[in-house]
Design a protein around this ligand. Structure first.
Ligand code: FES
Length: 173
C-alpha cells in the first residue's frame, strides 16, 4: 500500500544518512587525534649525552647511583655480569634505570640476589635483566631504562630514556 512504501522510503533515507556519517567517521579515524599528536610531540625530546661513569668504576652486581637526564632524576647504573636486554659495553651487560617507581614515585632499592629493583611503597618489582619489566605490582608501565653508549675508553654515556620518568610530562624539562 501507499503507507507501507512511504515507511520503507523513510527507512531507506535514514539508512543512507547513517551510511554517510559512518563514512565520515572512518575518514576521521585515519587522522592522528589531538591526544596522540601531543604524545608524539612529547616523545620527540632532545636528550643530553651525559657521562655516567667508566667501566673501571663498576663492580659486577653492585649498583652505582647516577642521575639522568638531570640531577632531579635519580637512577642506578649496573654491570650485571651477563648480556641482557638493552645491555651496553663489550659484554652487553651494563644497564641503567630510573629508580623512581612509576606507580607513585617511591625510591626503589636494588636486590642483588635476583637483580630486581623493588618498591617499599606498594611492593612493585622490576626485572633489571629484562629491560625493567614489572614482574609484580601496581605500576601501569615498566621501569624507564636509560639508553647507554660505551666509548673506546670505557666511558659510559646515557643518551635517552624509553619510558616517561615518574612525575614528569616530559623526560627533559
Ligand atoms: Fe611503588 Fe606504589 S610507589 S608500588
Amino acid at each position: 500500500t501507499m503507507k507501507c512504501s512511504k515507511l520503507v522510503e523513510v527507512g531507506r533515507r535514514q539508512f543512507l544518512r547513517g551510511g554517510v556519517i559512518g563514512a565520515a567517521g572512518a575518514a576521521a579515524a585515519t587522522f592522528v587525534s589531538p591526544s596522540e599528536a601531543r604524545a608524539q610531540a612529547l616523545a620527540l625530546v632532545d636528550y643530553p649525552a651525559n657521562r655516567l661513569a667508566n667501566i673501571a668504576d663498576l663492580a659486577v652486581n653492585e649498583p652505582m647511583h647516577v642521575t639522568y637526564p638531570d640531577e632531579d632524576s635519580p637512577g642506578v647504573l649496573l654491570k650485571l655480569g651477563k648480556a641482557v636486554a638493552g645491555g651496553a659495553g663489550p659484554d652487553g651487560d651494563i644497564v641503567a634505570f630510573s629508580v623512581l617507581c612509576p606507580h607513585k614515585g617511591w625510591p626503589l632499592t636494588y636486590h642483588a640476589d635476583d637483580m630486581t629493583l623493588n618498591c617499599p611503597g606498594h611492593f612493585s618489582r622490576f626485572d633489571c635483566e629484562a629491560g625493567g619489566q614489572q614482574t609484580w605490582g601496581h605500576a601501569t608501565q615498566n621501569l624507564p631504562q636509560f639508553s647507554l653508549r660505551v666509548d673506546d675508553k670505557g666511558d659510559i654515556y646515557a643518551e635517552g630514556v624509553d619510558e616517561l620518568i615518574y612525575g614528569r610530562l616530559s623526560n627533559v624539562l
